[in-house]
Design a protein around this ligand. Structure first.
Ligand code: GLU
Length: 513
């Protein structure tokens, strides 16, 4: 049987009064009652009268009395209702269910860090929303920036984040394709082989001027291409260049390098290849070949998007939809993988999961849940404004997730020792989860001679108040050694005694359910 309506009204009035400085608002209560009891709409006047009487009664009470009564009759109502806000990413333009293909394209320079998690989570959210495919593409076309372990650690990190990858590719498996496309561009007159001094080539571009190589006829370019591939004399440092608009108003868009020679051996292919694609070539080719429908990338790639458009247009390929999100500034943490790697090598960091770094591994080790990281990025959205990452924001989301599932234990910073006398035995018990005793208890059974530690701050108050309660265990009177003073908690309730966290050498709690 449900409780009499007067009781419900009284609890709501008490709750409203507790939340609003001791004064309940009858209108707020009427709204709630009518919402949960639509049958009372027939007699709103009568209901308002009842509410008015009860509210007057409650508002006449002292705030402590209001709180106390609510605590006794409906303790669950003391917890402030949290507004549940839901954040949703906007839909993607032209996304068709089941046909969306997206990608995460990290350079394998080390495991992922918090910065990488943004693009990973956003892509995963969308491919899941549209039932699409998510591709992981290792962009390992710079042998100087590769950590060979990253081919394994990155998928592990993505897995931990809950990102579902459908297929993986490694760009160093695809060099022949990049060569083929470059050759086709040359055949079409859209690319050239340049043997100019790099500085000279760049400064001519700045003046909107073609270098002497740019306008050589196609058949000659093709011969030069073969020499470039071989590294023939005079072509050791030559490059293949994609033509754009040499007079483009944005100098960054004028002609870009497609292939260049690299001497450093590649961790996967050794010295098999002399020429390495630059990202604008390999990314454009792969985004097309892999059927990308949508590309999420940072605003720092805006110029790259414009450069890559030339390749798409030369071949008549359809460009993906691009979404450029704003940059994110992540304060107070080491993210640069090369620096982390160096510090690990020097023994300054313990490894990739050193908690002083911002790697996904370090976050996992610190107890950050992947769901919190996901929520953080979903709530940050995908707008083009730059944002500052807030560690406190992430921690607070993490707390929401772990709070209902984390067992409680005590922690004592700056410990001060107290020996205890006057007890035969000291035993205590506390629920692991205060809101859910079914999850079990931690049980304390201190071994004699009894010794506990409390914080320096609590110890100072203990010496002043002359008594203290060790939470879930017992009370102590101040003396040296401290005196066991029973287990009566009324002093704490009456505000006369402080209850503090404590630890004891012999109190590593046993778990019981
Ligand atoms: N490897 C590049 C990066 O992570 C690719 C990004 C892109 O092309 O959108 O910045």
């Amino acid at each position: 049987m449900s409780e009499p309506i007067e009781d419900t009204i009284r609890k709501l009035a008490l709750q409203n009064a507790v939340n609003f400085k001791g004064k309940a608002n009858p209108k707020a209560i009427a709204g709630k009652i009518l919402g949960s009891h639509p049958e009372l709409r027939g007699d709103v006047a009568g209901l308002n009268e009842t509410i008015g009487g009860i509210v007057a009664d409650v508002n006449a009470m002292a705030p402590e009395a209001q709180r106390k009564e609510l605590e006794e009759t409906a303790p669950e109502m003391l917890v402030k209702e949290k507004k549940v806000r839901t954040y949703e990413l906007p839909d993607l333009e032209n996304a068709e269910k089941g046909k969306t293909v997206m990608r995460i394209a990290p350079g394998p320079s080390g495991p992922l860090h918090i910065g990488h998690t943004r693009v990973s989570v956003l892509n995963d959210e969308y491919t899941k929303r549209y039932g699409g495919k998510l591709i992981l593409r290792f962009e390992d076309t710079n042998p100087e920036k590769i950590d060979p372990d990253a081919y394994d650690t990155i998928p592990e990190d993505l897995d931990w984040l809950g990102v579902r990858i459908d297929r993986s590719y490694i760009q160093s498996d695809r060099f022949e394709l990049y060569y083929k496309v470059t050759k086709q561009l040359i055949e079409q007159g859209h690319a050239y082989v340049c043997t100019c001094d790099a500085e000279k080539w760049r400064s001519l571009k700045e003046q909107k001027t073609a270098c002497p190589c740019r306008d050589l006829p196609v058949n000659e370019q093709l011969e030069r291409y073969d020499k470039l591939m071989e590294g023939a004399p005079g072509f050791e440092d030559a490059i293949a260049v994609v033509k754009t608009d040499i007079a483009h108003p944005n100098p960054a868009i004028r002609d870009f390098v497609a292939l260049r020679a690299v001497d450093t051996p590649h961790p996967r292919t050794g010295d098999k290849y002399r020429l390495y694609p630059m990202m604008n070539l390999s990314v454009a080719v792969d985004d097309h070949e892999m059927g990308m429908t949508h590309v999420i990338r940072g605003k720092d790639h805006l110029n790259n998007t414009l450069r890559q458009k030339y390749i798409f247009d030369y071949f008549g390929w359809k460009q993906p939809e691009y979404i450029h999100y704003g940059l994110v500034h992540i304060p107070d943490t080491v993210l640069k993988t090369s620096l982390i790697k160096e510090s690990i090598r020097k023994g300054e960091y313990t490894g990739w999961d050193d908690v002083r770094t911002g790697t996904v591994r370090a976050l996992a080790r610190r107890g950050i849940r992947p769901e919190a990281i996901r929520r953080y990025w979903v709530e940050s959205g995908i707008k083009s404004v730059d944002i500052n990452f807030s560690w406190d924001g992430l921690y607070s989301m993490n707390r929401d997730i772990i709070d209902p599932i984390s067992s409680r234990y005590f922690f004592v910073r700056d410990p001060v020792r107290y020996d205890i006398e006057g007890a035969q035995e000291i035993k205590g018990k506390a629920p692991l989860l205060p809101d859910d005793p079914s999850k079990g208890f931690r049980e304390y059974d201190l071994k004699s001679p009894f010794t506990v530690f409390i914080t320096e701050k609590d110890s100072a108050e203990f010496s002043k108040d002359k008594k203290i309660r060790l939470k879930d265990l017992c009370n102590l009177d101040y003396s040296t050694p401290a005196k066991f003073a029973g287990n009566d908690v009324s002093g704490v309730r009456g505000g006369k005694m402080k209850a503090v966290q404590w630890v004891s050498r012999s109190s590593v709690p046993a778990r019981s359910s």
